[in-house]
Design a protein around this ligand. Structure first.
Ligand SMILES: Cc1cc2nc3c(=O)[nH]c(=O)nc-3n(C[C@H](O)[C@H](O)[C@H](O)COP(=O)(O)OP(=O)(O)OC[C@H]3O[C@@H](n4cnc5c(N)ncnc54)[C@H](O)[C@@H]3O)c2cc1C
Ligand code: FES
Length: 274
């Protein structure tokens, strides 16, 4: 067989950054393929990462397609594969297959205000589309970000978020008060009700824990956002990534092919299997 879609391409880890330590550790990995293979992604797509001898895990590509020098992934340590990824060192070789799934329809959003809403590791899939929009800032209206984490220690991309404040409006939050925290205290959906972003000519893109997404959508609707103005991602468990194994289904939908990006107008009509 000269082409087997399950065989990953080899990539070298060129940089590892520890974002969050402790029980819910998060690391950001930058990788480069050993050989040019034409891999090219769109914002919102994922890739299957493999640690040889351990297995594979589906991870969102957190770098923008505008970034040509590396592919970036931010990974929460969960189980077998993600723990093995956290043990890798700069210079190690991993496998990457993909890219998989649909993408954010950013070309349809030209001229609109974009409101990014993330929680926890959910900033990773947002980071790609956010940086793509920033790279083409003249194509859009106002850009803003709401991002929340459980505590200040759980905030990812800390330095990048500080730099981002010079380029767009950034509303940060943590769940519970801390002595040195100067920004909002409370859950992300409450921060949205507090700041009241306008639905006029706006699109919102939200990624995070399902419970956060549920209340973010409720609160956006209360502020007047229509279902077509709200986009999110679904992270059902995946195995093949190519619509063959049936692991990721929502009804007749294969999230690995038809998702992971959905507007709420599409998602609300699908069975609640996510
Ligand atoms: C489209 C998509 C994009 C994703 N993007 C990212 C990302 O950018 N960064 C990131 O850190 N993670 C991401 N994930 C989640 C990641 O794929 C899982 O955390 C990973 O597969 C866990 O693998 P593991 O072998 O380490 O854990 P396992 O040993 O397989 O599982 C450990 C525990 O996690 C649970 N678990 C595993 N996968 C999932 C899942 N998808 N949903 C809910 N529970 C799960 C298991 O049931 C088990 O309790 C994404 C998943 C999908 C489907
Ligand atoms: S992961 Fe196999 S069909 Fe989607």
């Amino acid at each position: 067989m000269d082409h087997n879609t399950y065989i990953p391409k080899l990539a070298k880890i060129i940089e590892i950054k520890e974002e969050v330590s402790g029980a819910r550790a998060i690391k950001t990995f930058r990788t480069q393929f050993l050989e040019d293979n034409g891999f090219s992604h769109r914002s919102g797509q994922c890739a299957m990462l493999s640690v040889f001898g351990k297995g594979e895990a589906m991870i969102s590509i957190s770098s923008s397609p505008l970034e040509k020098d590396y592919l970036q992934f931010s990974i929460l340590k969960m189980g077998r594969v993600t723990s093995a990824l956290h043990e890798t060192q700069v210079g190690d070789i991993i496998g990457i297959r993909g890219p998989y799934g649909n993408s954010f329809p950013i070309d349809k959003w030209k001229g609109k205000n974009l409101i990014f809403i993330g929680g926890g590791i959910g900033l990773a899939p947002l980071w790609s589309v956010l940086n793509t929009a920033l790279g083409k800032k003249q194509d859009f209206g106002n850009l803003s970000l709401f991002y929340g984490a459980r505590t200040s220690k759980d905030v990812v991309f800390k330095q990048e978020l500080e730099e981002l404040k010079n380029k767009m409006t950034v509303h940060l939050s943590i769940d519970v008060e801390e002595p040195d925290w100067k920004e909002y205290v409370g859950f992300v959906p409450l921060n949205i009700l507090d700041k009241k972003p306008s639905p006029k000519n706006s699109i919102t893109i939200t990624c995070g824990p399902p419970i956060m997404i549920k209340f973010v959508i409720q609160n956006l609707q209360a502020l007047g956002f229509k279902d077509e103005q709200i986009y999110t991602t679904v992270e059902n468990k995946m195995k093949c990534g190519i619509g063959k194994c049936g692991r990721c289904n929502i009804g007749m939908h294969y999230v690995c092919k038809d998702g992971p990006v959905y507007s709420w107008a599409e998602l609300k009509n699908l069975p609640q299997e996510y």
